[in-house]
Structure formats: C-alpha cells, structure tokens
Design a binder for this molecule. Structure first.
Ligand SMILES: Cc1ncc(CN)c(N)n1
Length: 351
C-alpha cells in the first residue's frame, strides 16, 4: 500500500461491472481507502447510483482534495448503455466540480468461460489490465460523427420522442421489407465466405448461420406487421436510396470481395439497427406503445450480444488482415454508414 505525503492528493480508480460488490457499500470502502491514503483503489461496483454516492461523498471532502476520479467500466454487451452511464456520471461530476474521466473496456472472449474467468480476475486481482483498442473501436472513434448520424437519425429520434409521423413509419416498413429480402443472399454469401475463408476455430460459421436463420423469422415479422398497419407489400416499389443500398449489397456478394470486408459490412448493418432501436427503448424514451415491438426486434439485449459476436469476428479478421484489406474494409464501413443515413432520410421523406 502506498501512503502519499499529507499534501498529496490521490487518484481513485473504480472498476464497474454487473457483479455485486461484497461487504461494505462501495463508497464507504472507497472513502476508507481514501482516508488511508491509498494511491489507487480498485472496486467492483454494481450501479450508477453507487458511483453517485461516491462522488457526493468525495465532493464534500476538502483534505486531501481529489485530483481525479477515474471510472473504468467493463462490459461484454451493450456499449451504448455503458457510454450513456459515462455521460451521465460525467455531467454529475462536472456539477460537483470533480475532475473525472470515464473509460469503457469491451474485451472479446472466445467462450463464456473465458469471459467469466476474466471478470473474476479483473475484479478481484487488483491487477491493472491494459485494454487493447481494437480496429473497430478505432474506426468508431474516428468516424463518430457519421456513426452517430446513422444511429441517432431524426427518424429514430422521432420514434424515441413519440412524435413519429406514422406514414413515415409505414414507408420505412415497406422499404425495409424489400431491403431484408435483398439482405438474405448477402448474409448467405458472408456465410459461404466464412466457410471458405476463416480457419473457424472460433465458430464464425455458427454465429453467421444464426443470422441467416433469423432472417426467415424477420421476413415473417414484416408480413405480419405490414398486415397490421395496412401496408400492401406487393405494391411496394423500392425507392432510389433502397435500390442503391441493395445494389451495394449485391456488389459485396462477389467472390472477389474478401470475407473480412463482407463481414465488416454485415456487422455494421446489424449494429446500426441495434443501436438505433435500443435508443428508442431507453428509460426516458417516449416511444409509442404500438412501436415498442418493432424497437424490441433489433434493440433487445440478445440481438446486442449477437452484434457483439459479429464485432469479435470482424476484429479477429482485421487483426490478421493485410493493409489493403483493412483499407477496403474501412471504406466499406463508411459506405454502409452513408447508405443507412440515406435509408432513414428516405423513410423520413427527405429524398
Ligand atoms: C436498412 C436496414 N439496415 C439494417 C437492417 C438490420 N438487418 C435492416 N433490416 N434494414
């Protein structure tokens, strides 16, 4: 244990995960350690509420002053949820005048066992583990603006705020049905590429096969939903943005397109819907009850886990990809983001 001199301030580092911390409430333990002038404290904490209690307690302390509160959240599924927590905590820290930083770590695991093992070690060992920034993480940071444009589009915001124009929703429903039909051969081609192109010790084929299987159910859902809303699917003519997006998918089916490049497109297409619709299900959302089922379809947690599995596949592939493949894959991600924005614009009646 390091004991700083009395005029030295301390950095408190708190680890957050879904696991319950044992014994004393976390903030009491943190403060105890703070009094004991430990330089750094690693604790597992369960909820945002506990972080808030800790901040309140720290804010009222004068001696020694807090230099910086650093919270690192480890998660294995919903990155957006962790980021939201980070934003809220950051606002709160600002209000209390506590210098604050928040990081998230989303490590990839081959098996559930490895994940549990990591969480156990991370929470209890006190060993600081360096999070490795993956290629997808780098891209999402670099293209944050475009990514947010695709996942927080005014169309999605209008669902979330409860003021969606139902005719726009019906447009989206009909057009997306056509898109999903074109998506089927694309996903099947990714499956073929995975079968041929990966060593598959990691189960890529199984994950992608799950995606192919789910599309059957998805198409049935569109038919049921169209009936409910009085949308005649046989009358739908694909609009320009949809045609272009479907043409883009078709171009990725070509055997010349590498598995890594096609897998990046697949991951991005699924994840954009996951993050968009999950946004409409957050606690403070005013999504109309009749649209909740639609949002659940892509915004649910298990779809989030599936997207995360796709992301792990992509990161593993990128890790061993040539510079040329990585460049093409990044360009493909950007194309997907642009097509998604165009698709929302089209649904929103902006084209
Ligand atoms: C346009 C679009 N993008 C993504 C998804 C999710 N598969 C979708 N159904 N439609």
């Amino acid at each position: 244990m390091l004991a700083p001199r009395s005029n030295e301030s301390s950095i408190i580092s708190v680890k957050v995960s879904g696991r319950k911390s044992a014994g004393l409430p976390v903030y009491k333990r943190s403060l105890k350690a703070f009094h004991a002038r430990k330089k750094s404290i690693d604790l597992a904490i369960r909820s945002r509420a506990k972080c808030i209690s800790l901040m309140q307690a720290l804010a009222t302390r004068e001696n020694p002053p807090i230099e910086r509160l650093k919270i690192t959240a480890i998660g294995t599924t919903l990155r957006t949820k962790m980021e939201q927590t980070g934003k809220r905590l950051s606002c709160f820290a600002q209000a209390l005048n506590i210098p604050f930083s928040f990081n998230t770590i989303m490590p990839a695991f081959k098996t559930r066992f490895k994940k549990q093992q990591f969480c156990r070690n991370w929470l209890h060992s006190g060993i600081k583990m360096q999070a490795k920034i993956t290629v997808t993480e780098t891209w999402l940071r670099k293209h944050r603006h475009l990514y947010d444009g695709a996942t927080r589009h005014p169309f999605i915001r209008s669902i979330r705020d409860g003021n969606i124009d139902i005719s726009a929703f019906k447009t989206w429903l009909g057009q997306d049905y056509i898109f999903v039909r074109a998506f089927v051969p694309f996903v099947a081609s990714v499956l073929t590429k995975a079968y041929k192109g990966s060593d598959d010790g990691n189960g890529d084929v199984e994950v992608i096969l799950g995606g192919v299987a789910a599309l059957h159910d998805e198409i049935s859902w569109f038919k049921k939903e169209a009936f409910k809303w009085g949308v005649q699917l046989s009358d739908i003519v694909p609009q320009k943005a949809n045609q272009e997006y479907c043409r883009f998918l078709e171009s990725l089916i070509s055997p010349e397109v590498e598995y890594t490049v096609a897998a990046v497109a697949f991951w991005a297409i699924e994840t954009i819907y996951q993050e968009s619709f999950a946004h409409c299900l957050e606690d403070d959302s005013k999504t109309p009850p009749e649209l909740k089922e639609t949002c659940q379809r892509w915004g649910n947690e298990s779809f989030g886990e599936y997207c995360n599995s796709l992301r792990n596949i992509v990161d593993r592939q990128l890790e061993k990809g040539s510079d040329d493949v990585i460049t093409k894959a990044e360009a493909t991600l950007l194309r997907v983001l642009e097509h998604e924005v165009d698709f929302w614009n089209m649904s929103h009646g902006r084209t």
